[in-house]
Design a protein around this ligand. Structure first.
Ligand SMILES: C[S@@+](CC[C@H](N)C(=O)[O-])C[C@H]1O[C@@H](n2cnc3c(N)ncnc32)[C@H](O)[C@@H]1O
Length: 168
């Protein structure tokens, strides 16, 4: 069970079908939990380049191992109709989903748990804030990931607990 997903699931609005994005999927722990907890999420776009930028995994898995595990998980019948696989850098994905081909998508939410460096967080904030009604950032204020708070300096956040914040 993913704590990030539990917190987001409890905070999302109710009463209408939702379309969202997760940036930073890894093996899909938070995305799959979120889909399980909120059946009203009709579609979840899974954005990750699986380069494991700035990340060392304790079990020695490579980006390719992790990508395969995520892919197998989301091909399961429980998920496959509800997800869209967006295998690309977060910034490019944000621009593409908003502007390319006139998709003109507006997401109900975007959960951001990608690269935790200051500049990457700034970049994620810049590109995704125009695309989604609300953003959730993971690891804000976490002592191991100072870049998340630094990247959101000057941005008004609502602290939800366990290092998860909402930006509207
Ligand atoms: C902390 S992990 C995500 C954990 C996941 N949310 C979970 O609950 O298990 C970070 C992920 O972000 C991805 N990532 C890092 N920088 C990225 C970028 N610039 N664009 C897309 N994905 C990125 C990495 O490949 C990695 O899978």
């Amino acid at each position: 069970m993913s704590r990030l997903a539990e917190i987001v699931a409890a905070d999302l609005p109710t009463g209408q079908p939702l379309t969202g994005v997760e940036v930073g999927v890894l093996r899909g722990a938070s995305a799959s939990t979120l889909l399980r907890l909120r059946p009203d999420i009709e579609r979840l776009y899974l954005v990750d380049d699986w380069s494991l930028e700035g990340l060392t995994l304790h079990d020695g898995a490579t980006g390719e191992d992790v990508r395969r595990q995520a892919h197998e998980r989301f091909l399961l019948p429980a998920y496959r109709e509800r997800v869209r696989w967006v295998e690309m850098h977060s910034f490019v994905a944000g621009l593409m989903l908003q502007f390319v081909g006139g998709l003109d998508l507006c997401f109900d939410f975007c959960v951001i748990d990608g690269c935790h460096d200051k500049l990457a967080v700034k970049s994620d904030y810049t590109v995704w804030r125009g695309a989604a009604s609300r953003l959730y950032f993971h690891d804000y204020g976490h002592p191991d990931f100072p870049g998340v708070k630094e990247g959101l300096e000057g941005v008004a956040v609502t602290v939800l607990g366990d290092y998860v914040v909402r930006v509207e």
